[in-house]
Design a protein around this ligand. Structure first.
Ligand code: GLN
Length: 535
């Protein structure tokens, strides 16, 4: 029988539900099982693509071009689950498809309702992933907090699944908060309330993960267990970590999470190999060197806006047996403050300019690129970051003083970056960019070719604008190296600064493919260059 595990969250958001779900998925994989991860998001947007990073953090892009919640990035870093559009379910998608079916007459004669039509649609999407003959476990993370109006249909679908296929096949894991109040006392009341909320929907959680600053003592766990009807051995502490999030699978394992899950689901317990996680944590504990990387973007106020880049930099550090400290710099602030860049970047070993949309903060990024180029500081430009490198180079090295992107200056005289041809007549916003995995060819014996160790690479994209082909010759004649193209040679995919220790821009998003055990080669090489530069 296929096994399904729902991970819900209580009390408040940001408790680490995504990491908890991903860690559980990983532990099951470490025991040899095949796992699939699903995120259900109660918002009405069809996907995360139209949401601001300020609202919802980074938009994670899958191979098939789905614009999803950033938790899919966590799943990708922690597990081997295939991740596609089908692994990200939103209220918007569910209603869109139910309403489409209604218009097609597929429910003819019936009143279309939340129960059973919306809940059936949700269940059918979950079963479709889980029923793959290769899959043992499907872990479903329910976005939001139990008690939110929006998540009710998803929880109702979970309740029905427990009823339909039995408790030993559908497990409920609930992550909750045990806060510390002034004086240091731990409080269980919020957890009691949040479990009551879940029970009122008809779900009795099987396992509680109690997020707390310290390990809960047995009396505290006993109290929680008796108030919530959860067995004492199933009340675990999800304690705060101060080393790395990659320690969390080990912490959960040490508390017996994976074993509990297997026992409750009537499975035998195969041996476990945790050496990959142990290796990552060991590097953290023993690394002597730290590269300080400035991330110069416009969404720096929100911690999660560049989540995959932050993690890929950490992986780049792991690949070099070192740590990375990320210093986020607001590019708009750079323009306003007019602080000398020598001072801003005094202690910085490498600079990363990430992706983004819109004109705000662009001049700060252009000034940053110029500074890094002239002062030979390693710089990685990603997507918008690459476009910024091209604009800067055009203005300062290729006699194109008015160079710009038509995204920022629609009728500018020198649009060295302009709308992709396929985008010119696109009217709607949702899911219409150049999205997902595609092929890039690298020129042999170039720096980027050496970094990847291959002529052909596959990376994920998310953009509307591109280097304008009519300016390519002028740029290359003035020294800019263009070493990566789409297979037909029509689109520029990578640029490199000449006479520079490490200055590379890529039109795609390498950060989405990096994993702690398998750092992305570009990030590994970039951090290596930054380490050589450590002040
Ligand atoms: N705004 C730019 C474009 O649409 C860059 C996109 C990005 O950085 N993801 O091409």
């Amino acid at each position: 029988m296929k096994k399904y595990i729902f991970v819900t969250g209580g009390v408040c958001s940001s408790l680490g539900k995504g990491i908890a779900a991903a860690s559980l998925g990983s532990l099951l994989e470490c025991r040899g099982f095949t796992v699939r991860m699903i995120k259900v998001d109660p918002y009405i947007n069809v996907d995360a693509g139209t949401m601001s990073p300020y609202q919802h953090g980074e938009v994670y892009v899958t191979d098939d071009g789905a614009e999803t919640d950033l938790d899919l990035g966590n799943y990708s870093r922690f597990t081997g689950s295939t991740l596609n559009q089908a692994n990200s379910i939103t209220t918007g998608q569910v209603y869109q498809s139910v309403i489409k079916k209604e218009r097609e007459g597929r429910y003819l004669g019936k009143t279309v309702q939340v129960i059973p039509h919306i809940t059936d649609e949700i269940k059918q999407r979950i079963y479709k992933i889980g029923e793959d003959p290769n899959v043992d476990f499907t872990v479903i993370e329910v976005g939001g907090t139990v008690g939110d109006i929006e998540s009710i249909p998803f929880l109702e679908a979970a309740r029905q699944m427990i009823h339909d296929i039995g408790r030993e096949n559908v497990l409920s894991v609930h992550l909750t908060l045990v806060p510390t109040v002034t004086g240091g006392e731990l409080k269980t009341k919020p957890t009691q309330h949040s479990v009551k909320e879940l029970q009122s929907i008809g779900i009795q959680p099987d396992i509680l993960l109690c997020r707390a600053a310290v390990e809960l003592d047995p009396s505290m766990r006993r109290k929680i267990a008796s108030f919530t009807n959860v067995q004492l051995d199933s009340v675990l502490t999800a304690r705060d970590v101060n080393t790395t999030i990659y320690e969390i699978p080990l912490i959960y394992h040490n508390q017996g999470l994976d074993e509990l899950v297997l026992k409750k689901m009537g499975m035998t317990i195969p041996s476990i190999d945790l050496s990959p996680w142990q290796h990552v944590v060991d590097i953290f504990n023993t690394a002597k060197q730290t590269a300080k990387i400035a991330l110069v973007g416009k969404y720096v106020d929100l911690g999660d806006a560049y989540k995959s880049i932050d993690e890929a930099l950490v992986h780049g550090g792991i690949g070099n047996g070192s740590k990375v400290k990320i210093i986020k710099i607001d590019s708009e602030q750079l323009e306003k403050e007019e602080r000398p860049l020598d001072e801003v970047f005094k202690d910085i070993d490498g600079i990363l300019i990430p992706g983004g949309f819109g004109q705000r903060g662009i001049q700060g990024m252009i000034d940053t690129a110029k500074y890094a180029r002239e002062n030979k500081i390693p710089l990685l430009g990603i997507c918008l970051g690459m476009q910024v490198m091209v604009i800067e180079y055009s203005r300062n090295k290729a006699q194109l003083d008015e160079a710009d992107s038509s995204e920022f200056k629609p009728d500018g005289p020198q649009s060295v970056v302009s709308l992709l041809e396929e985008q010119i007549n696109v009217q709607s916003y949702g899911g219409t960019m150049r999205l997902g995995r595609s092929e890039t060819h690298l020129k042999e014996n170039t720096k980027i070719w050496h970094i990847y160790g291959s002529d052909v690479i596959f990376e994920r994209h998310r953009h509307r604008y591109e280097v304008t082909n009519s300016y390519k010759d002028q740029l290359t004649e003035n020294g800019l190296l263009i070493n990566g193209y789409t297979p037909d040679g029509s689109l520029v995919e990578t640029v490199e600064w000449p006479d520079h220790p490490w200055g590379i821009g890529v039109q795609y998003h390498p950060e989405f493919l990096s994993k702690p055990f398998k750092p992305h080669p570009l990030f590994k090489s970039f951090v290596e260059a930054a380490l050589k530069n450590v002040k």
